[in-house]
Write a protein that binds this ligand. Structure first.
Ligand code: 5AD
Length: 348
């Protein structure tokens, strides 16, 4: 079955059966070959450098009610916060001093009236740190609000599609949400010139291998610049809190598959992975991921940004030291560049 890995590496595509075979294989040798080839492709494009993004968890206020997510609006047990403009600027300042050149503002979906406030924040970050990339991960908005964010200076937007199967999507989300609107958002973001990221939770309740193949095929078509995948991790105060966590193995296997499909994509080794296993981040990098997102959120807020149970919490400066040590141990280092997506130069 090694030929599947070779075909994926050379043509960046497999048929449905091929993807399914890689996702379900229990052949340790084949899986090690998949991992090794993905890691080899990643280092041939990015070298031994791993990009870092400073994550600022802007708010845990959310107008949405996703069944898996700890900050869903129905979770009344959670104390809510919105960072102040000043707190965000201070977090960026601290991050910039540490060396970060990408800031990711992530958060729940604020009420629509807050769009101008978000745009103002983006504009101020853009004006003060012109050498930095600004990524937003703030969920679903009407196109005109995305346009406001883009015009204010945001460069990138992360919005996982979560599941490309409409029936499965409906098991994870309340009725007022739809896969169609999620896809509308992704298309708007792309048209507005954002570097766009999408992805899924691996092992979300009800997810089958066939669903994952559908997700792979959507991503193959959409060609995002960034691909975000993390294991589902239950949160005790949600309707899906009793389901088991997703598998680390399947998550890293997908990193490898996407790396072979998209040699140049930015693929983070995600926080959820590290929350399930202390070496999760390293496992992700060894499978072909090339980005990590250390947390710059002020500590008091961070403890209430609980998408799932057991989130790993470390102080930013200390976290960077640990990360560098962890990376050095496997022959990698932090790359402090902005780390924009770069299309390969095509030669005839
Ligand atoms: N487990 C894992 N990931 C989660 N997310 C939200 N809730 C959970 C959970 N319980 C992810 C979603 C979202 C991203 C910001 O966090 O995929 O897109």
């Amino acid at each position: 079955m090694r030929h599947l890995v070779d075909t994926l590496r050379e043509s960046h595509h497999l048929n449905d059966e091929g993807y399914e075979a890689l996702l379900t294989s229990e052949d340790a040798e084949l899986l090690e070959y998949l991992r090794r080839e993905a890691q080899r492709v990643a280092t041939s494009v990015f070298g031994q450098g791993i990009f870092v993004r400073g994550l600022i968890e802007l708010t845990n206020v959310c107008r949405n009610d996703c069944y898996y997510c700890g900050i869903r609006r129905s979770n009344v047990a959670l104390p809510r916060y919105i960072l102040t403009h000043e707190q965000v600027m201070q977090s960026c300042q601290a991050g910039h001093e540490l060396g970060f050149r990408t800031f990711v503002l992530q958060g729940g979906e604020l009420p629509r009236e807050k769009a101008p406030w978000i745009a103002g924040l983006v504009a101020d970050i853009r004006a003060r740190w012109s050498d930095c990339a600004i990524t937003l991960s703030l969920g679903e908005w009407p196109r005109e609000d995305y346009e406001l964010f883009r015009n204010a200076g945001a460069d990138r937007y992360l919005l996982r599609h979560e599941s490309h199967n409409a029936a499965h999507y409906a098991k994870l989300h309340p009725r007022e949400m739809s896969l169609d609107n999620r896809l509308r958002c992704l298309n708007d973001l792309r048209e507005l010139g954002f570097q766009t990221g999408t992805g899924i939770m691996v092992g979300s309740p009800g997810q089958t291998i066939a669903h994952i193949v559908e997700d792979i095929k959507f991503i193959e078509l959409f060609k995002p610049q960034m691909i975000g995948l993390g294991p589902f991790v239950p949160h005790h105060d949600t309707p899906l809190g009793q389901f088991p966590a997703g598998s680390i193995d399947l998550t890293t296997r997908l990193y490898s598959i996407f790396r072979l499909m998209f040699p140049h994509a930015l693929i983070p080794s995600t926080t959820a992975l590290n929350s399930l296993h202390p070496e999760g981040r390293v496992m992700g990098i060894r499978a072909g991921a090339n980005v990590v997102m250390p947390n710059l959120t002020p500590a008091s807020a961070r403890e209430n940004y609980t998408l799932y149970d057991g989130k790993a919490i470390t102080d930013p400066a200390e976290g960077i030291q640990q990360l560098e040590t962890q990376l050095n141990r496997i022959g990698y280092h932090i790359d402090w560049g902005r780390g924009d997506y770069k299309e390969p130069i095509k030669t005839l």
